[in-house]
Design a protein around this ligand. Structure first.
Ligand code: ADP
Length: 366
C-alpha cells in the first residue's frame, strides 16, 4: 500500500486537529497506510515512537479540540541537512513517501526543500549503508501537500489559514469584554492583537468589535496620525460614546518603518485626551479555546483534499499548498505561494474595503 505521514509544525492553530483527522480518515478510506509524526519535524528526525501508525479511531474525539493533538515543535535539527538525512531514513524504513504538513510559511518551505533534496538524501543514505539500493529504488520521490496552519492569516495562496477564524472569535470576545468595562468608567483601551507582519486579525476584529481606530502594518499612517487618532476619539466622546478602543497590530509601523506599539498609543491618548488609558495584550489567549465551526469544517475539507492530492501525486508532481479561494478548495504551487508571501509587504489604502478583505491570501492571482 501507499505510505503516508502527517505532521503539524510551527505555531499551533485551532483547526489543526480537524485537518489531521481529515487527512487520516480520507487516506485510510483510500487504502493508504497512515502515520502521524509527533512533535513536528523533530519527530521525523528522531523517529522511534514519534512516528506512529494510525487507525480510524486514533483520531476520534479531537475534532472540537484546540491546539494540535500530535504536537508541534520548532525543530533546529530539520533545518540542517544532517537532520533531513535522518528524517528521510526514518520515512524509508516505514515505507512512507507521501507527506502532509500543516504549518506556516517556514514549515512549508522546509517541506518543499525536503522534497527537492529527496533523491540526493537517499543516494547519500545508500552510500552510508544506512538504507539499501532496493529501498531507495522503491521510494524514488517524496510526494507532498501543505496545509496552512496559522492564526495570522498570513499566507498568500489561501483566503483563510487554519486557525484564523477561531482567533478572530477569541479577539472579538475580548474586545466585547473590554468595551463593557471601558464604558462603565469612560476609559480608553488599547488592544494589541497578534499577527506578526499581517494586519488581518487586527482589522477584522476592529470592524467586528466596533473599535474606534486600528493601526496595521499594511496601512502605515502618514505623519500626524497621533493627532488624527485623538481627534477621532474626541469626536466619539463628544457624540456620547463611553468606551474608546484602539486596536494595534503586533507589526504596526509608521511610513518610515518605525514600530508603533500599544504602549506608545496609550501614552499619546493620555497626553492629548487626559484619559485613563489601559493596554491589553491579548497574546496567546488568541490561540486558545475550541476551534470555530468554520475552522472545523474548512479544515476537514482541506484535510480531505490534501490526502487526495498526495495519494494521486506522481514523482514529478510539484509541491502544492491546498487552500481556499472563494468558496472552493484549490491547489496552488507551494514555492510560489511562499515566495509571494515573503515579497514586499502588502499595502492597502484607507477605504479600500475589498483590499482589506483580501489581506494576504486574496492577492494571489495566477
Ligand atoms: P511557521 O511554519 O509557523 O512559519 P517556523 O518558520 O518557525 O514556523 O518553521 C517551523 C519549523 O519548520 C522550523 O522550526 C523548522 O523545523 C522548519 N523549517 C522552517 N524553515 C525551514 C527551512 N528553510 N529548511 C528546513 N526546515 C525549515
Amino acid at each position: 500500500g501507499k505510505g503516508l505521514a502527517v505532521l503539524t509544525s510551527g505555531g499551533d492553530a485551532q483547526g489543526m486537529n480537524a485537518a489531521v483527522r481529515g487527512v487520516v480518515r480520507t487516506a485510510l478510506h483510500l487504502g493508504a497506510e497512515v502515520h502521524a509524526v509527533y512533535e513536528g519535524y523533530q519527530g521525523l528526525v528522531d523517529g522511534g515512537d514519534l512516528i506512529k501508525r494510525l487507525d480510524w479511531d486514533d483520531v476520534a474525539r479531537i475534532l472540537h479540540r484546540g491546539g494540535t493533538m500530535i504536537g508541534t515543535f520548532r525543530s533546529k535539527d530539520f533545518r540542517e541537512r544532517e537532520g533531513r538525512l535522518k528524517a528521510a531514513a526514518h520515512l524509508v524504513d516505514r515505507g512512507i513517501d507521501r507527506l502532509v504538513v500543516i504549518g506556516g510559511d517556514g514549515s512549508l518551505s522546509g517541506l518543499d526543500l525536503f522534497r527537492q533534496e529527496w533523491a540526493g538524501l537517499l543516494a547519500e543514505l545508500v552510500e552510508r549503508d544506512r538504507i539499501t539500493v532496493e529501498q531507495a529504488d522503491a521510494h524514488p520521490a517524496l510526494m507532498i501537500a501543505g496545509l496552512v496552519g496559522s492564526i495570522d492569516n498570513d499566507l498568500v495562496g489561501t483566503d483563510m489559514t487554519i486557525g484564523a477564524d477561531s482567533a478572530l472569535h477569541r479577539i472579538v470576545e475580548a474586545i466585547d469584554a473590554l468595551a463593557s468595562t471601558a464604558a462603565s468608567h469612560q476609559r480608553s483601551f488599547v488592544v494589541e492583537v497578534m499577527g506578526r507582519h499581517c494586519g488581518y486579525l487586527t482589522l477584522m476584529s476592529a470592524i467586528a468589535g466596533g473599535c474606534d481606530y486600528a493601526l496595521i502594518p499594511e496601512n502605515p499612517p502618514a505623519d500626524g496620525w497621533q493627532d488624527r487618532m485623538c481627534a477621532e476619539l474626541r469626536r466619539g466622546r463628544a457624540a456620547g460614546r463611553r468606551d474608546s478602543i484602539v486596536a494595534v497590530a503586533e507589526g504596526a509601523q509608521d511610513r518610515e518603518g518605525r514600530p508603533i506599539t500599544a504602549d506608545m498609543v496609550r501614552a499619546i491618548i493620555e497626553e492629548q485626551l487626559h484619559e485613563d488609558t489601559r493596554v491589553t495584550i491579548l497574546g496567546h489567549v488568541q490561540r486558545g479555546g475550541r476551534p470555530s465551526a468554520y475552522d472545523r469544517w474548512a479544515s476537514t475539507w482541506l484535510g480531505y483534499a490534501a490526502a487526495h492530492e498526495v495519494l494521486s501525486a506522481t514523482a514529478d508532481t510539484e509541491g502544492k499548498v491546498i487552500g481556499l479561494r472563494g468558496d472552493r478548495v484549490v491547489a496552488v504551487p507551494l514555492v510560489q505561494a511562499v515566495e509571494r508571501t515573503r515579497e514586499v509587504p502588502q499595502r492597502i489604502e484607507e477605504g479600500d474595503y475589498a483590499g482589506a478583505m483580501a489581506l494576504r491570501g486574496g492577492s494571489f492571482t495566477e
